[in-house]
Design a protein around this ligand. Sequence first.
Ligand code: ATP
Length: 295
Amino acid sequence: MNTMNPTITSEADMPADTVIPVKDERPAETVIEEGTTVGVPLSDDPKFKLRNVEVFYGQDRAIKNVSLDIGRNEVIAFIGPSGCGKSTFLRCLNRMNDSIDICRVKGQLMIDEHDIYDPKRDVVELRARVGMVFQKPNPFPKSIYDNVAYGPRIHGLANRKSDLDEIVENSLRKAGLWDEVKDRLDATATGMSGGQQQRLCIARAIAVSPEVILMDEPCSALDPIATAKVEELIAEMSESYTIVIVTHSMQQAARVSNRTAYFHLGHLVEVNETDKVFTSPEHELTESYITGRFG
Ligand SMILES: Nc1ncnc2c1ncn2[C@@H]1O[C@H](COP(=O)(O)OP(=O)(O)OP(=O)(O)O)[C@@H](O)[C@H]1O
C-alpha cells in the first residue's frame, strides 16, 4: 500500500553507481510537490474522505492541497512542527474554524459521504457527531452532573430524569471517572484536578453519542499519570469511535494511534501505519522530524 507522495523517491531507489548526495537541506517547499494526493483510502468506506483541502487565514494558505481518508474506528495521530497546520486541519472536521472570520476552507470534505461544508448542514448536529476535546480542560462552571447532562439536554436525548441519570453515569464510566465522582456529582467541576477535568470533558463529548472524537493535544496540560489515564481511555474508546488526535508527543502518537500523518508547512507529507512512520519513514522530512533535526 503506497500511502505517501509517490513523486518523492528514496535514495534506495537509485542505481548502484549513483553518487549519493548529501541530505537535501533545501526548504521543504521545494521538495514537496503541490497537487499530489497523499494517503490512499484505508477502506472503501472511510468515515472521512478529504480531498484537495486548502485553508486560508486571509491571504495566508495554512493548509495546502491536503487529501486524506480517515477510517472508521481508527485512531489517527497528526504530528509535525509547530505551525504546520495540524489544528487547522483538525478543526475542519467539525467546522470549528467557522468561528474565525478570516478563515476560508476549500476542497471536498465528506463525512459518511455527506458534505461537511454543505451550507444547509446543521453545525450543532455536526459537532455532536464530531465531538472535540481541547488542549486545556474547559469544563463549564457547573456541577459535574450538569457538565455531562448539558449536551443530552440541549439535544433532547433524554425524556425522563432517569434516562438522563443513565446517560451521565454511562458517560462518566466510559471516561473512567465514575468511581472517582459518583458520590459528588453535585460538586462544581472546576474543583476537580486537571486530569479529572479533562476526563470530564471527554465524558461530556461522549454523552451526546458522537461517532468521532477530535482531540487537540488533550494531554499537554496534564501530568504523566493523568496522561496515562487519558491514553488508556483512547485505547478503550477506539472500539466505539473514530479518534483523531493532534499531539506534539511522538511517544504518545506511537502509543495510541494506528496511523500517523506527518504535516509540514501546511502539506501532508506522509501518512502510514504508525510503526512504519516511526521506524522507517518514507519521506526525508518525516525522518528529520522524528529524529529531532527540527520541531
Ligand atoms: N486564528 C488564526 N488566524 C490567523 N492565522 C492562524 C490562526 N490560527 C492559525 N493560524 C496560522 O495557521 C498556521 C497553522 O497553525 P496551526 O495552529 O493550525 O498549526 P499547528 O501545527 O496546530 O501548530 P501548534 O503545534 O503550534 O499548535 C500557522 O501559520 C498559524 O499562525
